[in-house]
Design a protein around this ligand. Structure first.
Ligand code: HEC
Length: 104
């Protein structure tokens, strides 16, 4: 009985950890990565019209991540100016960036 109880606790813990890790991210790391985006998007991600770079602050993290993935893939969304920056980022970097930017 005890081991059964432990089993359920373990499963529910594992499940909740898993759902959290669907967007497990590190906003502090995202803040460092964001330094390379400031020239175009602004220090608070407020956007710089002269650069035609849009406001990103306050945007949902899942949407930011989707755009970064799409821009990096370059199929459905073509954004040549960002490619040199995104090509150096992995999936986790983009999640960290999305986490940071969405809180600005
Ligand atoms: C050289 C300038 C430049 C740099 C550097 C740059 N961006 Fe961009 N970014 C743009 C422009 C221009 C657009 C809009 C392009 C378009 O119309 O698709 C854009 C679009 C975006 C979008 C889509 C916004 C939306 O609402 O759909 C996201 C997200 C984004 N950038 C994030 C970043 C991140 C994160 C970085 C740093 C890793 C970065 N950008 C670096 C110029 C830049």
């Amino acid at each position: 009985m005890n081991s059964m109880k432990l089993f359920f606790i373990t499963v529910s813990l594992a499940t909740s950890t898993f759902s959290l890790s669907a967007l497990a991210q590190d906003a502090a790391k995202g803040e460092i990565l964001f330094k390379q985006c400031i020239a175009c998007h602004g220090p608070k991600a407020e956007g710089i019209p002269a650069q035609k770079a849009p406001r990103l602050s306050g945007q949902h993290d899942w949407y930011i991540l989707k755009q970064l993935q799409d821009i990096k893939a370059g199929v459905t969304r073509k954004n040549p100016v960002m490619i040199p920056f995104l090509s150096k980022l992995n999936e986790q970097d983009m999640k960290d960036l999305a986490a940071y930017i969405s809180k600005l």
